[in-house]
Design a protein around this ligand. Structure first.
Ligand code: KIV
Ligand code: ZN
Length: 533
């Protein structure tokens, strides 16, 4: 059996020591407020996840928007050696949409879900339990008519009556579901309760031994990793996780925490084998953080800046004598070593490509060419170019491809005691518009000038500026979030001057506002979908 066959066959192995990593960074993770990724950014993340070694990638929710549909379709056609899943509510058009989106994948999966708790049935779905049972059976059957690999999720399972849950999963299995997911949608359960639920399901759902039991936890009470691991101990074989734990509200279970807990405490959770390349954990975390704009807290397990930092003298003393006195994992095993990577103006194209490769960033030839040009320009201004500089540079490039609003020129003047003034020229869809602004400081004045030039009403909700690396020649990275009647949009900007970085970030966010208009990219009515397995 070759590598791909092994991976294809793997999700059917329901009793073995393997724990399948189902990554939902691009679906539940991307639902984090303000984390929206561009199409190109999604492809870069998808490539990095393949490199990381996830088994199943949930690429998106195709029915959510034409952009989501296209992203899932593009990822399905590109991500090799893994299962690509598309999410669908339990209704015909969502399932047909998901089927269309994932059909180009080597191993396609349709992941369909419906809420099962009384609270959701009464207030959200306005359906009876028997209507839900019928819907589950019919829609899993429909999904099954497109692909043999069908996952069914009972949304809000942990607040669902256990006997009803048994009935729901029984119907899903009878209709052909191969993976049963038990989501703790609102982060309500506890490790002991969740493990007991796994045991109850395993003992009572007819045919459950033929399916993979999956768990999907949210972190509202800070227990998502503990709950996930308790479920693995109780027999779950698929874990749904995101890089850095990003996701709805308090986030999803963090991929790196589960993988390293399984690797470090196999004695507690059974062998818990995964295919994750652990040395890719830190680079992938950095990439996702950079592209989503969601900063990793310094004390975050495994991937936070302080995860392996030792401050107390007594700890440092112990570390100098023997690393394992205070470290239960080796930082190099999870990829910290690679983050020391340094390039300079004498680094050639091959070294540059290799550095990107090590960071899990795969670019098409034309993108690579542009990134190299940007790198050499930066290396002229900055003595050493680090991994963080490179990630920022690539993320800036991916964001700025084809944006409708581009910064052409700007100036600002400020002195003590008076308001700042600024002028800007913005290219909007090929034509230049100029405007002036006044404000409380150079950044405020320049953003005001941009408002006057483009006339898009919005509120600036969040603004952060940080130096990408230490040192006087550091690049300034600005991330910001604006709210408009159409929703929340984020942008990031990079420049050696923070005023310019601010303008770039603002125009990037406003470009996303402009691009929000739906693009009619889907050919043909959904009823014309053909069965393809
Ligand atoms: O949290 C949840 O219940 C979900 C489902 C769609 C699996 O994300
Ligand atoms: Zn979720």
């Amino acid at each position: 059996m070759n590598e791909i066959d092994v991976r294809r066959a793997a999700p059917q192995d329901v009793t073995g020591p393997r724990v399948y990593i189902f990554d939902t960074t691009l679906r539940d993770g991307e639902q984090s407020p303000g984390a929206t990724l561009t199409a190109e950014e999604k492809l870069v993340v998808a490539d990095a996840l393949v490199d990381l070694g996830v088994d199943i990638m949930e690429a998106g929710f195709p029915a959510a928007s034409p952009g989501d549909f296209e992203a899932v379709r593009a990822i399905a056609g590109r991500a090799k050696g893994i299962v690509v899943a598309g999410l669908a509510r339990c209704n015909q058009s969502d399932i047909e949409r998901a089927a269309q989106a994932v059909r180009g994948a080597e191993s396609p999966r349709i992941h369909t879900f419906i809420a099962t708790s009384d609270i959701h049935l009464r207030h959200k779905l306005r359906m009876t339990r028997s209507e839900v049972l019928e819907r589950v059976e019919a829609m899993v059957r429909l999904a099954k008519s497109f692909t043999s690999d069908v996952e069914f999720s009972a949304e809000d399972a942990t607040r669902t009556d256990w006997d009803f849950l048994v009935e729901v999963f029984g119907r899903a299995i009878a209709a052909g579901a191969t993976t049963l997911n038990v989501p703790d949608t609102v982060g309500y359960t506890t490790p002991v309760e969740y493990a007991a639920l796994m045991e109850h399901l395993r003992a009572n759902v007819p045919g459950i031994d033929q399916a993979v039991i999956s768990v999907h936890c949210h972190d509202d009470l800070g227990m998502s990793t503990a709950n996930t691991l308790a479920a693995v101990k109780a027999g779950a074989r698929q874990v749904e996780v995101t890089v850095n734990g990003i996701g709805e509200r308090a986030g999803n279970t963090s991929l790196e925490e589960v993988v390293m807990a399984l690797a470090t405490r196999g004695d507690q959770f059974g062998p818990g084998e995964t295919r994750i390349r652990k040395e890719r954990l830190v680079p992938t975390s950095r990439l996702v953080s950079m592209l989503t704009g969601l900063v990793v807290q310094p004390n975050k397990a495994i991937v936070g800046d302080n995860a392996f930092a030792h401050e107390a003298g007594i700890h440092q003393d112990g570390m100098l004598k023997e690393r394992t006195t205070y470290e239960i994992m080796n930082p190099t095993d999870v990829g910290w070593e690679g983050t020391r990577l340094v390039l300079g103006k004498h680094s050639g194209r091959a070294g540059f490509r290799n550095a990107l490769d090590e960071m899990g960033i795969r670019l098409a030839d034309d993108q690579l060419h542009e990134a190299y040009e940007r790198f050499t320009a930066l290396a002229d201004r900055k003595k050493t170019v680090t991994g963080a500089d490179l990630a920022a540079l690539v993320s800036d490039q991916l964001q700025s491809g084809g944006e409708p609003l581009q910064l052409v020129r700007w100036s600002a003047s400020i002195g003590s005691g008076g308001a700042a003034t600024a002028s800007v020229i913005v290219n909007r869809d090929g034509g230049e518009v100029a405007a002036d602004g006044q404000g409380n400081g150079a950044v405020n004045a320049l953003l005001q000038a941009i408002d006057n030039a483009v006339g898009i009403p919005c509120d600036l909700e969040e603004y952060t500026v940080e130096a990408v690396t230490p040192g006087e020649d550091a690049q300034g990275q600005v991330r910001l979030r604006v709210r408009t009647p159409d929703g929340v949009f984020t942008g990031h900007g990079l420049a050696t001057d923070v005023v310019e970085a601010s303008a770039r970030a603002y125009l990037a966010a406003l470009s996303r506002v402009v691009q929000k208009q739906p693009t009619p990219v889907i050919a043909g009515p959904v009823s014309a979908v053909s069965r393809w397995t």
